[in-house]
Write a protein of this length. Structure first.
Length: 94
């Protein structure tokens, strides 16, 4: 593999070497959609959003997998865009 993550012709690498490297792509589409949904609910009369609502909207609606939803929620919390005031409840930060 070279610095551009391309396999070099004629060089055989084990599959584990190929799969352990990230390809550098990052797409924030799902995370942005999660944040917009939580922000909309936070600014409404509900004042926040419950995990069951997120699962119903995104997972049952076949927008993303449950793992992707949880990864997005974790990223938003890490980036301090949302808070988790109680178990299963999320709010956007003002």
């Amino acid at each position: 593999m070279n610095n551009y993550q391309f396999a070099i012709e004629g060089v055989q690498l084990p599959e584990t070497v190929l799969l352990k490297e990230t390809d550098g792509r990052e797409d924030s589409t799902n995370t942005d959609a999660i944040f917009e949904y939580i922000d909309e609910k936070s600014n409404s009369y509900q004042g926040g959003c419950y995990l069951k609502d997120l699962i119903e909207h995104f997972v049952t609606g076949k927008v993303m997998s449950k793992a992707t939803l949880h990864n997005g929620l974790n990223k938003l919390q890490k980036d301090e865009k949302i808070t988790k005031p109680a178990k299963g409840q999320y709010k956007s930060k003002p």
